[in-house]
Design a protein. Structure first.
Length: 202
């Protein structure tokens, strides 16, 4: 059984075969067996790697175009449609709220007008009742005043008669004392009445 041992330094390569009874040595030079320069370049592009890279890119692009992009576009379209529908719903809700507010304001205005009419009607009723009560009170006051004036006139007339009688007596007595003879009572009474009438007129 042979065992090969390969050792090398620089451009030379040494191969040693070990056998049971003898040694075979061979020196292989780099000049005898040329290695292509492309095989020695670590950054050289190989067609096989280029084909695999392009194939992977093509598969990935096809997956993106045929699978992922439609799902992404569908999700974006659904989101856009949801935003649009939400905006339309918000606008409809806003319009409904505005119409409700306008209806509420119109109801408030009608209620205010109705309340104002009721206040005016109540005020007119109160004014009429007040005028009626004032008229009744004025009539009552006028009646009482008339009765009081009648009583005062009656009392004055009664008092005037008593005063006139007393004055006639006093004047007749003085006239009798002054003249020394009896004076006609009718003349004295007429004079006192005329004097008292002029006083009352003044």
């Amino acid at each position: 059984m042979l065992t090969a041992v390969v050792t090398g330094s620089g451009e030379s390569l040494e191969v040693t075969f070990l056998g049971d009874s003898h040694f075979v040595e061979a020196l292989v030079s780099a000049e005898e067996k040329k290695v292509p320069e492309n095989d020695l370049n670590p950054i050289a592009i190989e067609m096989k790697e280029l084909a695999w890279g392009f194939g992977s890119f093509a598969v990935m692009a096809l997956v993106l175009i045929l699978v992922l992009y439609p799902k992404l576009k569908k999700g974006m379209d659904e989101r856009t449609e949801g935003i649009r529908s939400g905006r339309e719903a918000a606008e409809a809700l806003t319009m409904s709220a505005r119409s409700d507010v306008e209806g509420y304001e119109s109801q408030v205005m009608s209620l205010r007008a109705e309340a104002q009419q009721r206040v005016e009607a109540a005020r007119a009723t109160l004014e009429a009742e007040r005028a009626e009560r004032l008229a009744v009170a004025n009539a009552d006051i006028a009646d009482r005043r008339g009765a009081a004036l009648a009583e005062a006139d009656a009392a004055r007339a009664a008092t005037q008669g008593d005063v006139e009688t007393a004055v006639v007596d006093v004047v007749g007595r003085f006239a009798e004392l002054a003249t020394g003879r009896a004076v006609d009572q009718s003349i004295v009474q007429n004079s006192v009445r005329s004097a008292m009438g002029a006083e009352v007129a003044q």
